[in-house]
Write a protein that binds this ligand. Structure first.
Ligand SMILES: Nc1nc2c(c(=O)[nH]1)N=C([C@H](O)[C@H](O)COP(=O)(O)OP(=O)(O)OP(=O)(O)O)CN2
Length: 324
């Protein structure tokens, strides 16, 4: 089991790019650290971003592309961290702890589908549709990723997905895998395809296989200081499952089933004081995630990781397996 702390910070800055004159951005950077605890990571990130806020990056960093900016921030953090830098709502870069840099593009399409192999009465057996979000991560630059995406977009946008060859059973797992196969040639550096089917659920395909996630939100109180005062947070918990896709259902496990299995724990977490949960050792994000993992793993052996955020800026990831 491995804990990673996650902290996000934003800053406003101007820069000039070869493809655009001087312009401004609302940058967001998320740092992931296995070394620093959350308080230290937050402090280091704030310190790294502060000198960039409301500044002209051209005067501080030579050629301030997303890649050079991420490298600058990694250096300023002064500790091994993975970074996700968002320079616009639809694009940015991921910089691994080992220095590997990848560009990402967030895009999407709107389409109808139904799942033909679900049991009678399942909501997804009915004709319905989604505004699917897709995040592509690759070593190629944003323009190359966008150009590779365009033909896929044209095949998917405003279509009934079940009519498309290979998507007769269009679960988000099948879609992620289909896009992974379809983008392999134009994007040899493709490292991840993520399909967000709804705001709370989706699938990821990468070289190690398929992972799905399901999110839930809960409201809870936690001790704030040694004097016994409480504070509260609106938490987000994201459950990741890794494994093989079932050939008939086309999924790893029904998102709805993941939600149902989590429900008894959800009831214990939501609108409750978390320090009074039986068996909880710590009420920071990592401690709450560990409590969930201990209770849920026997019911969901495919559980591979848990993200637990106490607000939009701070959280922890508990990785239950090394691979994913
Ligand atoms: N593993 C998968 N499970 C399900 C898929 C899928 O593609 N892979 N698809 C569906 C449905 O198409 C459905 O639209 C999405 O499911 P779900 O998350 O259960 O949707 P809800 O809007 O009901 O979920 P909320 O928890 O209310 O956000 C079903 N399962």
């Amino acid at each position: 089991m491995r804990t990673t702390h996650l902290a996000t910070c934003g800053f406003e800055a101007a820069r000039t790019l070869p493809t655009a004159g001087k312009h401004g951005h609302s940058f967001f950077v998320t740092a992931e650290s296995r070394v620093a605890d959350l308080a230290e990571l937050r402090e280091r990130l704030t310190y790294a971003c502060a000198p960039l806020d409301y500044r002209d990056l051209d005067t501080m960093i030579a050629s301030p592309s997303d890649a050079t900016l991420a490298a600058y921030l990694a250096d300023a953090l002064g500790q091994p961290c993975a970074l996700n830098l968002r320079s616009a709502p639809d694009r940015g870069v991921d910089l691994d702890e080992d220095g590997a840099l990848r560009h990402w593009l967030s895009t999407g399409f709107e389409a109808a589908h139904q799942l033909p192999n679900v049991e009678p009465g399942h909501q997804c057996g009915r004709l319905h549709g989604h505004g699917f979000r897709v995040r592509l991560v690759a070593s190629e630059d944003h323009a190359t990723i966008a150009a590779a995406w365009q033909p896929q977009f044209e095949r998917l946008q405003h279509r009934y997905l079940n009519d498309i060859a290979g998507l007769e059973n269009p679960t988000s797992e099948v879609l992620a895998d289909w896009l992974w196969q379809g983008l392999a040639e134009p994007l040899p550096g493709l490292s991840k395809v993520e399909v967000f089917e709804t705001h709370t659920a989706g699938s990821r395909r990468d070289a190690s296989g398929l992972t799905i996630w399901k999110e839930q939100r809960f409201e809870a109180a936690v001790p704030f200081d040694a004097a016994g005062h409480y504070t509260g947070h609106s938490y987000l918990v994201r459950l990741y499952l890794a494994g093989e896709m079932d050939k008939v259902s086309g999924w790893l496990r029904d998102f709805g089933e993941v939600k149902s299995l989590f429900k008894p724990l959800y009831k214990r977490l939501d609108h409750n004081p978390l320090d009074q949960l039986r068996g909880i050792e710590r009420t920071d994000c990592a401690g709450i995630a560990a409590w969930i993992a201990a209770k849920l793993t026997p019911l969901l052996p495919e559980l591979s990781a848990i993200d637990l955020f106490e607000n939009a800026h701070e959280g922890a990831r508990l990785s239950l397996r090394d691979a994913r």
